[in-house]
Design a protein around this ligand. Structure first.
Ligand SMILES: Nc1nc2c(ncn2[C@@H]2O[C@H](COP(=O)(O)OP(=O)(O)OP(=O)(O)O)[C@@H](O)[C@H]2O)c(=O)[nH]1
Ligand SMILES: [Zn+2]
Length: 388
């Protein structure tokens, strides 16, 4: 697991093999294609949104990848333009010069290979199946800059069906996952907790009041996601809302979540971070590791890694899905913190000037956060690391 983790220590940059050709790293970075994961429960309107983007976005050469194969519904077939009835085997040209591909066992390497064969694209949109857990997909694309990948994860967009989402979130019996995620956790929960943007679609089917209720429910679960309401996926300003979000490079405003309409399962907690010295930075790193890897909130009465005596089965479930933060060091440096499930990294903020002006904060989204005092735990842990 630890290989996924990029710690606070300044790691040695990978040695570049000299090719004799001057290498401009910035150009390399610029030529990487962003990938946006479009997720959402069955029938929420993912394909409709992709179709809308393809008709609106003329300035970009977009590749659409459908992470489903064979049993494509009627709407998927409509996306595969002029190929009536036929199954999507590989890439196919769309009317506007974009391309579409359906892959089953999609992975970074597979997508890169296909891109290689078909030339480069400005943008990739990946529609996951309605039952996919983005927490499993995102880390594959969330790559270290040093890697030679030609793609990088831009953000996760989650569509919800305004008319059905609350029922879906509450339909424990029908949708509770039996993979150990626990009662109350549905695929819809996972998709919302990982979202950088939540699109509340099918606004035409509900009243204003119902939309407001959905908004509050979602904001209560994922306090970091931006929320937009649409009909048929029509997002007015795609560039502002859906594309080029760079959600894994920046951490945004880290606004304190609204506390209304609480969902029993997923919640967001926002913690203030004081200015950190080296020791506290190490503590912060260790604290996050304890949360993500040991699923344990260290407390003054229990050190991380300690066995819970006798009743480990009774320990409240703690499952952090998403984590974002900004830390300011005593030496005046701004660091950003990004995490998806067990993977996290702490890195220098790309834009020091603006980041340094903001306050230190850590925002956690996940399950079981209401049952533990994370604030007390973090404060205690940081104080242990403080260099006097
Ligand atoms: N009334 C209404 N119907 C919509 C809206 N958006 C999409 N639909 C319809 O909802 C159905 C499902 O839309 P899709 O775009 O296929 O949804 P999806 O999320 O891709 O579905 P799956 O891939 O099967 O999970 C289609 O019949 C759409 O025409 C909307 O805003 N309002
Ligand atoms: Zn679809």
């Amino acid at each position: 697991m630890s290989s996924d983790h990029f710690g606070v220590d300044d790691e040695e940059p990978p040695a570049l093999v000299s090719t004799g050709i001057p290498l401009n790293l910035e150009d390399l970075q610029l030529s990487k294609a962003p990938i946006t994961i479009v997720t959402g429960y069955l029938g929420a309107g993912k394909t409709t949104l992709l179709n809308y983007i393809l008709t609106e976005q003329h300035s970009k050469k977009i590749a659409v990848i459908l992470n489903e194969f064979g049993n494509s519904s009627d709407i998927e077939k409509s996306l595969t333009v002029q190929r009536d009835g036929q199954q999507v085997e590989e890439w196919l040209e769309l009317a506007n010069g974009c391309i579409c591909c359906s892959v089953k066992d999609m992975g970074v390497a597979a997508i890169e290979k296909l891109m290689e064969r078909r030339g480069n694209f400005d943008y990739i949109l990946l529609e996951t199946t309605g039952l996919a857990d983005p927490g499993n997909i995102a880390p594959m694309f969330w790559l270290d800059e040093g890697l030679q990948s030609t793609i990088f994860l831009d953000g996760i967009v989650t569509l919800v069906d305004a008319a059905n989402i609350i029922r879906t979130l509450e339909d424990q019996e029908a949708f509770s996952r039996d993979d150990g995620a626990g009662v109350g956790m549905t695929t819809a929960h996972l998709q919302i907790s990982h979202a950088d943007v939540v699109v509340i679609n099918k606004a035409d089917l509900v009243t204003r009041e119902e939309i407001e209720a959905v908004k509050q429910r979602i904001a209560g679960m994922n306090g970091l996601a931006r929320i937009i309401v649409t009909e048929r996926g029509k997002v007015d300003n795609l560039g502002e809302w859906l594309l080029d979000l760079r959600a894994y490079e920046n951490v945004g405003e880290l606004k304190t979540p609204i506390r209304t309409q609480l969902d029993e399962t997923i919640s967001t907690v926002s913690l203030e971070l004081p200015q950190l010295d080296e020791g506290m930075l190490d503590s912060l790193d260790a604290w996050i590791r304890s949360l993500l890897w040991e699923t344990e909130v260290p407390s003054s009465s229990k050190k991380p890694g300690d066995q819970v005596s006798g009743d480990s089965g009774k320990r409240p479930i703690l499952d952090i899905h998403r984590l974002k933060g900004r830390a300011i060091t005593k030496t005046g440096k701004a660091l950003l913190i990004q995490g998806v499930r067990e993977t996290f990294e702490i890195f220098d903020a790309p834009d020091q000037n603006s980041a340094i002006k903001a306050e230190g904060k850590l925002v956690l989204i996940g399950r079981g956060l209401r049952d533990v005092d994370v604030k007390e735990s973090l404060e205690w842990f940081l104080s242990r690391g403080r260099e006097s």
